[in-house]
Design a protein around this ligand. Structure first.
Ligand code: NIG
Ligand code: FE
Length: 403
């Protein structure tokens, strides 16, 4: 049923800037879908006769939003790190565990040792749960292989998820997550491996190239070399930047005009001005600070400066094993000082901006009909009821895929 007439919508979040308010809310609304795309949106009293023929679904006064766009995840990985979580809760820091050989390298070891079928099976289950909780587009990174074979295997697995779950997947090459232990004494050799062997293969398998530019990961000059080589392979730049300290990653993102700069927990006003001038989207993770029990990201400062803000799960086994974008909205509202409206925008249109999509994250004629119907009459209930799955129905390309 890629043709659909959704009526009786109590509150429709359109994110259409031509409508009133940040979320462009229409009350008592209807949405017509033809061929999987939005054909008409407006107050139901104004519905045109031609759309009355479409198969109708009654929203019974509930709220409908654009599907969530989770613009940053590490969804493919082997094993888990519940043991490290327990150590952190007792007082060890993320960096201490990383320096002692745990952290990312521990997931690298388990991912290398896990066959592709198992990686895919586990990633598909995570994606299925995400879809069930309203995520209709998800970005997925490599970065737990750190050797040619496993990095490419991770991208292959990520690119296969959508064969099993009706969710759109965008992939990112993150071979520069950390320098693997076996190259510790020869970082340049690992950089050469990325540039000469991984990137030429990853070019046809991913949309973006990301680099973890931070203390204990990659330096600014190293990240610059990698992202330049990535651009030659047609991969657009993203950066894990300024998560652990003032790494210079945010200013590199501005210098390169990166599509996104992600994390950004440590920012100067000059960093913010640079991101604004570059048109870079700030992708923030309120559930990382929640999971690591750190201060929340500076969402308010970025938003007030005019930098486009996205929020995402960062779903990964180390810093945020979170699959639920509704919970991310709640964490953003309750910890970062974003309003409920800003948090909802950042999880939908903001996420789409981060992935360079014009055709989703908002509901207006021509956009894909990816819609979430809540078991509630307002989007406000998402941050108001943290941890509750309020999704009643998910519509992907005009089809009810979860109900
Ligand atoms: O986005 N910051 C680096 N990478 C991940 C964490 C990965 C891990 O701990 O496994 C992040 O937080
Ligand atoms: Fe991340």
């Amino acid at each position: 049923m890629t043709n659909l007439l959704l009526t009786g919508i109590g509150e429709l979040v359109t994110n259409d800037p031509e409508r009133e308010g940040l979320l462009g809310v229409v009350t008592d609304a209807a949405v017509a879908v033809k061929g999987g795309r939005i054909a008409w949106v407006g107050p139901e009293t104004e519905l045109l006769r031609e759309f009355r023929e479409l198969p109708e679904l009654d929203g019974a006064g509930r709220a409908v939003l654009p599907g969530f766009v989770d613009s940053h995840t590490h969804l493919v990985f082997g094993g888990n790190r519940a043991d490290e979580f327990a150590r952190r809760v007792r007082g060890e820091s993320y960096q201490e565990i990383m320096a002692a050989g745990g952290g990312i390298m521990s997931t690298v070891a388990s991912t290398r040792a896990t066959d592709s079928d198992t990686l895919l099976d586990e990633a598909v289950r995570r994606a299925q749960r995400m879809l069930g909780m309203g995520t209709t587009t998800v970005e997925v990174k490599s970065g737990y292989g750190l050797e040619v074979e496993t990095e490419l295997r991770m991208l292959e697995v990520a690119n296969s998820i959508a064969e099993y779950v009706p969710i759109d997947v965008v992939t990112t090459f993150l071979g520069a997550h950390v320098v693997p232990a076996e190259y510790e004494d020869d970082r340049d050799a690992y950089l050469r491996l990325i540039v000469e062997e991984m990137l030429p293969a990853a070019g046809g398998m991913a949309t973006f190239c990301d680099v973890f530019c931070d203390d204990g990961a990659f330096a600014v000059d190293e990240a610059r070399v990698i992202l330049a080589a990535a651009a030659e392979q047609g991969l657009a730049a993203r950066l894990h930047a300024n998560q652990l300290g003032h790494s210079g990653g945010a200013s590199l993102a501005a210098e390169l005009g990166a599509i996104t700069a992600d994390h950004l927990d440590h920012l100067t006003d000059a960093d913010i001005a640079g991101l604004l001038a570059a048109g870079t989207v700030a992708v923030l993770f309120p559930t990382v600070s929640f999971s690591l029990r750190l201060d929340p990201p500076p969402a308010r400062r970025l938003w007030d400066a005019g930098v486009p803000v996205a929020i995402a799960t960062d779903c990964n086994p180390g810093t945020s094993y979170v699959e639920n974008m509704q919970f991310v909205i709640a964490a953003a509202t309750l910890t970062t000082g974003l309003t409920p409206e800003e948090s909802v925008w950042a999880a939908t249109r903001g996420g789409a901006r981060a992935l360079q999509f014009d055709d989703r994250g908002w509901i207006k004629p021509g956009t894909v009909a990816d819609l979430v119907m809540l078991e509630a009459d307002s989007y406000l209930e998402i941050p108001y009821r943290p941890g509750t799955d309020l999704v009643r129905m998910v519509i992907k390309g005009g089809e009810a895929v979860v109900s």
